[in-house]
Design a protein around this ligand. Structure first.
Ligand code: PLP
Length: 367
């Protein structure tokens, strides 16, 4: 239900119309923006169980500064702004190393997990068109726990989605045997999550990627949530199941800077195991009276702000800073899990591999 303040804001600001003949002063506009935000969650307040990624005040302020510095630079025009390409290369290379890629791994920064996934699926589609032209009805095989972005990509790209079950007895991870069974001669791409959202468990990537490879299909790991976090955990000596390019058959990985890379939105990375596969993600067009387009991402014009902010956060935190955040959030997760276990009527549905878990209850409405 709308609060009384909300109603008056709607009355004064929304219904009144935005575009006036005479503009308002900057202080007035800022005050109006504050009023519009009156019902927003205060993300700094804590006690919010949702996707919030706070690097702390220092790195946060720095990332805002970096974002603002490059806000109007168009990362499409790398001839005008080579800084955008340099910063992007820095972030992509850092992630390729974290995810144990060899020198052949190539990739790009994107606007988020969905765009990274879209590009991985497009690359798989166009790779199959070239290398497996006999496939007329291409499909991707995804566990039911995979993010809807795979369904969206298939919808946009004209692919069929084959959905496979997960195993509630194994932390809601993908059922590897059912996944293998579902692969066919038409499969161009298999998918696993590291971890899935929101049980926080890593799919059996090694078995799934091997099965896909046997069928001649590519395999994408959705590391949007865990790509950075799990890699830092591993480097800190925690037991983490292999999910990255160290696993035979993994051909692409998505990893979001705007999640556990602690950068502001919109920032993600998509990596391909070699340059040939990345080429299939690219769109080119020189057949108009407009300028020639060579787009390695879905977006064409885009602010260099998120790229600069990601670069700055990574430079500022360093491995030590990331490991400190991982340690703190992991310790807090253990405390919360222990606390929840002591409450009758609520349970944690799977023992998570990351600082993310799902609460359930058959007695109370969990919301
Ligand atoms: C596992 C997983 N993959 C992909 C995405 C999509 O990311 P984005 O919202 O940045 O497009 C999410 C978002 O929550 C996710 O949890």
């Amino acid at each position: 239900m709308a609060s009384p303040e909300h109603s008056s804001i709607e009355g004064n600001l929304l219904e009144d119309g935005l575009l006036k003949h005479k503009g308002r002063s900057a202080p007035e506009v800022l005050a109006e923006l504050e009023a519009l935000a009156c019902d927003d969650v205060d993300w700094r307040a804590g006690r919010i169980l949702t996707g919030l990624y706070d690097p702390g005040p220092g790195p946060y302020e720095l990332s805002a500064e970096a974002y603002k510095r490059f806000l109007t630079q168009n990362a499409l025009y790398i001839n005008m702004y080579p800084s955008a390409a340099r910063m992007e290369k820095g972030v992509v290379s850092a992630l390729a190393e974290l995810l144990r890629g060899d020198g052949a791994v190539a990739g790009n920064m994107t606007s988020g997990g969905t765009e990274s996934i879209m590009l991985a699926v497009k690359a798989a589609r166009d790779h199959a068109r070239e290398h497996r032209p006999q496939i007329s009805d291409p499909e991707i095989v995804v566990p039911i726990s995979a993010h809807p972005a795979f369904h969206k990509a298939a919808h946009y790209l004209g692919l069929r989605v084959v959905v496979t079950p997960i195993d509630p007895k194994d932390g809601f991870r993908a059922d590897a045997a059912a996944f293998r069974e579902a692969l066919s001669d038409n499969t161009i791409l298999g998918v696993g999550s590291a971890p899935n959202f929101s049980h926080g468990t890593i799919d059996p990537i090694r078995e799934m990627a091997a099965a896909a490879k046997e069928r001649g299909a590519l395999f994408h790991v959705d590391g949007c949530v865990g790509g950075l976090y799990l890699s830092f955990m591993r480097r800190m000596g925690e037991q983490v199941a292999d999910f990255d390019f160290s696993v035979e058959g993994v051909s692409s990985i998505s990893a979001d800077m705007h999640k556990y890379g602690y950068a502001p939105k919109n920032a993600s990375v998509v990596l391909f195991h070699n340059r040939d596969l990345r080429l299939h993600a690219i769109f080119t067009c020189s057949g108009t009276t407009e300028y020639a387009v060579i787009n390695p991402t879905v977006l064409s014009s885009k602010s260099a702000g998120p790229i600069a902010a990601s670069w700055a956060v990574m430079r500022n935190l360093g491995e030590e800073g990331y490991q400190r955040i991982v340690r703190d959030t992991w310790d807090a997760t253990q405390k919360m899990l222990a606390g929840i276990e002591s409450i009758d009527g609520i349970e944690v549905l799977a023992d998570p591999d990351i600082c993310m878990f799902t609460l359930g209850s058959v007695e109370i409405n969990i919301f």
